[in-house]
Structures are given as C-alpha cells and as structure tokens.
Design a protein around this ligand. Sequence first.
Ligand SMILES: C[S@@+](CC[C@H](N)C(=O)[O-])C[C@H]1O[C@@H](n2cnc3c(N)ncnc32)[C@H](O)[C@@H]1O
Length: 257
Amino acid sequence: MDESLLRVITTLNRIAETSLVWPQGLLHPGGPHRRLKGHHDPISIGEDECAALGRMVAALRPAHAFIIGNAFGFSSSYIADVMQRNGGKSVISLDDHSEGDGQRAAAIARELSLSLGLDNILKNKRGVSPADIAKSVEQKLYDLILIDGQHRHPQVTRDFQGVLPYSSAQTVVVFHDSWLSGVAGAVSEAKRAGFRCLWLPTSCEMILATRSPERFEQLCAIFPEGGEDRGSRSRALGYLLYAQQSVAFHFGRVFAR
Ligand SMILES: C[S@@+](CC[C@H](N)C(=O)[O-])C[C@H]1O[C@@H](n2cnc3c(N)ncnc32)[C@H](O)[C@@H]1O
C-alpha cells in the first residue's frame, strides 16, 4: 500500500465508521471499496483503483484535476495527496450530495481533506453535474478528469460532454465502473469525439481516455495489464454481484434490528 493510501485510510478510519464492500474486488482482484457504515450508497472506488490512479499521477504529474462524484472524499483526498507529492497544483471535486446521507458524506470529505492537510490543493464543491461544471472550474484546462458521479445513461454522457470543453488533447479522462452500460455509453461517445480508450482490469474496471496518440502510448506503458477498449464485455456478472451485495446489505440491516 502506498504512502498516500495509508494516510487516507488511517485518517478516514479516525473520522468515520466505514464498512468494506467487495473486499476482494468486484469483477477483478482488487478492492476493497468503502461505504459509510449503515448506508448502502455512496460506494468509493477500490483501493486497487486508487493505486492505479496513483501510478498514473506519479508518471504523468498532472497539475490540475477535476472530479465529478466526491461522496465522503476517498478518491479526491487520495488523488490530491498523491498530486501534492508530485508537483500537482489543484484538485476540484463536484458533488450534489444526492446519494445516501449526502450532507454527512460531504462533512466527512471536508474533515478528511483538512486532517490530511490538503486544503491548499483540494476544493470540494457542492453542485450538480453537468449544470454546475462551468461555475466550479477554476482552470481553462484540466490534465486529469475523473467521472464517478451518477452512473445511469445518459448522465455519464452528459458528465463527459460537460467536461469536454475543459480538456486538452493531453488530458486523461478516467471513467470509473466502465462495466455499467451507462458508463459504456459515455465511453462510446468519447470514442466518437476522437478519444482512445485504455481499459484496465481493476475491481470495477476503469477506462482511461485521451485524444493524444503519444499520451495513449504512455498510458499503455504505465498499464501493461490494460488493453484498448473494444466495448463488448458481458455485464451480467457485474449486475449479479452488485445485486448480491445489495441484498446482503439490506438483510444485514433487517437482522441488526
Ligand atoms: C460513486 S460516488 C463517488 C465516489 C467517490 N468518487 C470516491 O471514490 O470516493 C457518486 C457520487 O456522485 C454524486 N452525484 C450523483 N449524481 C451527481 C450529479 N449529477 N452531480 C454531482 N454529483 C453527483 C453522489 O452524491 C455521490 O456522492
């Protein structure tokens, strides 16, 4: 586990009670993911996915990052912490507090960022994507954009279209949960817009998309385990495992009463 991940997990554990989701990963070895104890949503990205993003940040050294979907701040704090150690300048997250106890999640995200000393680099903003993207951005262009908000079609495509004006040819757009059909639709839209898409076999699968052929080759070198996305994977297993975890969560609550 890298230094930033250890810091984020240790600090989060001091601030809030969380439970682990998919301890071994959802579709591929990896995970665990996290949720606030007693709440089904939101669910964070997996530790293995943080590590993959950390590897990319260390190699590409992005100056500015924009994140849609912050929840309790797990991915934003991790990305900001790694960026701070690698010459990064700013990270903005945008979240509408719509999932689970959104207010509490946002308060935890704020405390996590402050406790980690990330307040100089990370700003967590409240707003709805894509409507509030324009008033949330503080840069003309972002080097790294993570899309991890609401995952249903056409929201992810709208999120992607919303951030497109703030991307350069070199920008890497990361789609989390690329096995979900709503995300796959947005990835198809990215391809139509000239992006090449590298699929990564992380717990919930991620796609790294860029318009620059050189950047794409760099990504392939950083992630030899990945492959260019062909967009035709079976989603049945993902939906089954997701449903299984949902049923277990709700049964757990009934029996806990
Ligand atoms: C999967 S969670 C994000 C997890 C986070 N990236 C992490 O790994 O720590 C999705 C988040 O997106 C937020 N969200 C959903 N729809 C949104 C929208 N249209 N605009 C902004 N945020 C949204 C939810 O409130 C929720 O906190």
